[in-house]
Design a protein around this ligand. Structure first.
Ligand code: GDP
Ligand code: MG
Length: 764
């Protein structure tokens, strides 16, 4: 089967074209660097099936980042039958820079001029035939989004793939061409494939190339020394890059004719928006407000704070009761859209479990079996499932922000701040992806060039609370809101998300100034243009999330709740225990053993006989974070003595049940959320971190780092929340840590022995 590879700059529309060609639903994002691993699919509209490979987005074939290495090696080693070079036509010159390099490889190349719809909309014109004549390979104008020209592209690509092609270079006639030609002959003599490409890279003094062809590299080095700087300059890489750009602007750029009219207007509209949204001072507050609006829409039980402002009046109080069980709000306020959806689903699930329970009881089924089905299975599943609407809504909002191009602006703003902490704005993209799921986010760190920056980023990604942690945040926040009698669950979830971000920033700062030092590479991301998010791709994304969630609910979460139910209903000598004796169960026994460790965090020994449930819940979260609440759901029903299993409890009610059984206070509850958010993530994320880390030692340290961070931050929250004056102790502690780091970095402290120990280990 033939294989065609899609190559192009980040954000040029590769994945959109890939999805169009293969009918798959890979994630499309409006910012650079969304695809990192290559991905394959089938195109079936030609006489034979074609495998399509979506390569990571790259600006050049020089190995500055791991993704450039992936793409380069794929094209050189796997030798696709045709490379479809996607070019963002709204950004012609920059995109053609990569084209000039692809042309040097001995592989059929076809150029797809993408986003032609936008070019037309701006009133500009691109003469594809002229460009084709100049470049010397087929050029087809397409719109990957609308599907225009895609079939023609594939037909011509297919024709291309039938004939081999010899590499050509735009450096012909340039200052270094003699040298390139000599290198090429030498490499050909040595039987090297793609001699032209390698020769050019050698002359650019590309690291990989020098390692692969040391002898030829020596010749280049000698040549460099024999010629004086005045003729050639000394930076060969810069000379080559310069001649590429010159060639592009002299030969290719003429194919673009600016219509000028609306083009300019559009530019200023977007510029105007950017002047506000990326403002030096206002950029961050605006981001925080937008983020809060998202949380308010998703989680608030007092929408627009109408209740708190007293704007609802008596009519509302009597009205809201009429619409079913307070689905649209409570006496305190109107529910936000997310909460309405939550209430709807919650009322459905509780009537289902109620009906099941009734049927089983009246059918004479044994009480333990009813308990197993209603508490064990339904209780666990439904407590998590009721949060599905809010999870999806939050994802929808995040995707809207991302697809419109706003998130890329946030990365740009944060770059200014991050840079001082030793991170580039580039690191922000994988972090934001972490709000969805840590696994792809960790893979995405491959876009970072500096290895230490990468390690530091992977470590803090789980602090960006993922979708699976959302039930924990929401359920516990709901429990707190009930306990304190406020409807501000949105404020609590929002603050917890911010806490995650702040802890991440502090942790990076600490790492980058101690064990993970390194340069901050310049951030060359160009801001993508603002785009209307596409309903279709949003729907696809949500559908994907939904499928993933349902699958997880009926596999991992279901299995865990069943196990939890069993170990909480059997004692160590395998006797079955009824609900009011689960304190004698295996689970309780193990939980109580670990419980004292968590006393400084507020959910340990001080909670008395039911405290172990918190420990157990946190541990089940290591399998899947949703389990934390599923475990509450399973156990809550058994906890209050005299509680009859007449229906499964929702997530918030389960937490409320635990609160009243243990008397746990607000600081400890917040510490509990923080602990689950910051501690070791689910095993899938752990496995990914292990795979992406450069060494076992760094990985082991990462596990330790997660445990330590969650422990320290949670106990800080609990202790300060409970006894405010402990803040002074913490402040003194942190001041000491910072002083030690600063003094050490200035060379004023000498740890002699410790330092030697570290160095010895590093050498190993
Ligand atoms: P990749 O990074 O190269 O994989 O780019 P994506 O496929 O993720 O696309 C980046 C952005 O460009 C998304 O917002 C797409 O909706 C948008 N896009 C892609 N192709 C077109 C097109 O032909 N026309 C327009 N107007 N937008 C496009
Ligand atoms: Mg992509």
């Amino acid at each position: 089967m033939k294989r065609f590879a899609l190559a192009g700059n980040p954000n040029c529309g590769k994945t959109t074209l890939f999805n169009n060609l293969t009918g798959s639903t890979a994630h499309v994002g409006n910012w650079p660097g969304v695809t990192v691993d290559k991905r394959e699919g089938l195109y079936k509209k030609l006489e034979e099936q074609i495998a399509i490979v979506d390569l990571p987005g790259i600006y050049s074939l020089s190995p500055y980042t791991p993704e450039e290495v992936i793409s380069r090696n794929y094209i050189l080693d796997e030798k696709p039958d045709c490379v479809i070079n996607i070019v963002d036509a709204t950004n012609l010159e920059r995109n053609l820079y990569l084209t000039t390099q692809l042309l040097e490889i001995d592989v059929p190349v076809i150029v797809a001029l993408n986003m032609i719809d936008e070019v037309k909309k701006a009133g500009d014109k691109i003469d594809a035939a002229k460009l084709e004549h100049k470049i010397g390979v087929p050029v087809v104008a397409i719109s990957a989004l609308k599907g225009d020209g895609v079939e023609e592209l594939m037909k011509r690509a297919y024709e291309c793939s039938k004939n081999p092609r010899k590499g050509t270079t735009v450096l012909e006639g340039g200052a270094l061409m003699h040298l390139i030609r000599d290198c090429k002959i030498a490499l050909e003599g040595a039987g090297v494939e793609n001699a032209l490409f390698h020769a050019v890279k050698l002359v650019e003094l590309d690291e990989i190339e020098i390692a692969q062809h040391p002898q030829a590299a020596e010749t280049v080095q000698k040549f460099k020394e024999t010629f004086d700087d005045e003729t050639f300059g000394s930076d060969f890489e810069a000379i080559v890059a310069d001649s590429r750009y010159k060639y592009i602007s002299q030969n290719y750029s003429k194919a673009l004719v600016r219509g000028g009219k609306s083009g300019k207007d559009k530019l200023t509209a977007s510029d105007k928006a950017d002047r506000i949204l990326t403002h030096r001072i206002w950029g961050i507050p605006i981001f925080l407000v937008i983020l809060f609006a998202v949380f308010h829409l998703t989680f608030s039980e007092d929408f627009l704070y109408l209740g708190a402002m007293g704007a609802l009046g008596k009519d509302w109080v009597s009205l809201q009761g009429m619409w079913g069980e307070g689905i649209f709000g409570s006496a305190e306020g109107i529910a936000s859209p997310g909460v309405i959806l939550f209430n709807l689903l919650d009322s459905i699930t509780s009537s289902i479990s109620g009906a099941v329970s009734d049927a089983m009881t009246s059918g004479g089924v044994a009480q333990w079996a009813t308990g197993f089905v209603v508490d064990g299975i339904l209780g666990g599943l439904f407590s998590v499932m009721s949060f599905l609407p809010q999870i999806l809504l939050l994802f929808l909002f995040f995707s809207l922000l991302e697809d419109s191009g706003y998130m890329a602006r946030v990365a740009f703003i944060l770059d200014r701040i991050f840079r001082r902490f030793g991170l580039s704005g580039r690191a922000f993209m994988p972090m934001i992806m972490g709000f969805g799921c840590s696994v792809p986010a960790m893979v995405n760190t491959r876009t970072l060039a500096d290895e230490n920056e990468r390690v530091a980023t992977i470590r803090v990604i789980p602090f960006f609370s993922c979708g699976a942690k959302l039930p924990i945040l929401t359920a516990v926040a709901g429990g707190i809101a009930q306990l304190t009698g406020t409807g501000n669950a949105d404020l609590i979830t929002y603050s917890m998300y911010l806490l995650g971000i702040v802890v991440a920033i502090c942790a990076v700062l600490l790492m980058r100034s101690t064990t993970m030092r390194g340069d901050v590479p310049p951030f060359i991301m160009e801001l993508p243009s603002y785009r209307m998010p596409q309903a279709h791709s949003l729907a696809m994304l949500l559908w994907d999330k939904l499928k993933h969630f349902i699958k997880k609910a009926f596999t991992i979460i279901l299995a865990s709740t069943i196990v939890i139910w069993f170990v909480s209903h059997f004692s160590f000598d395998w006797k079955f225990l009824t609900d009011d004796r689960i304190n004698e169960s295996i689970l309780a026994g193990v939980g109580m053993l670990v419980q004292p460790l968590l006393t400084p965090l507020g959910f340990g020994s001080q909670l008395g006989e039911w405290g172990w449930v918190f420990v157990v819940a946190a541990v089940t979260g290591l399998i899947a974070k949703e389990n934390v609440i599923a475990t509450f759901g399973t156990l809550a029903a058994c906890i209050s003595s005299g509680f009859v299993a007449d229906e499964a409890l929702g997530g918030v009610d389960s937490v409320a049940q635990m609160i009243s059984a243990t008397g746990i206070g607000v600081p400890a509850l917040i510490a509990f959320i923080a602990f689950n958010m910051l501690t070791i993530p689910c095993f899938a994320a752990v496995a990914t971190a292990k795979a992406e880390m450069p060494g076992k030692r760094k990985f082991n340290f990462t596990l330790l780092f997660w445990i330590a961070t969650s422990y320290v931050v949670s106990s800080m929250i609990y202790l300060i929340g409970e006894w405010w004056w402990t803040a002074f102790i913490w402040a003194a502690l942190w001041a000491t840590v910072i002083a030690v780091v600063v003094l050490y970095n200035k060379g004023k402290l000498n740890f002699g022995g410790i330092k030697k120990l570290f160095e010895k280990k590093r050498k190993e």
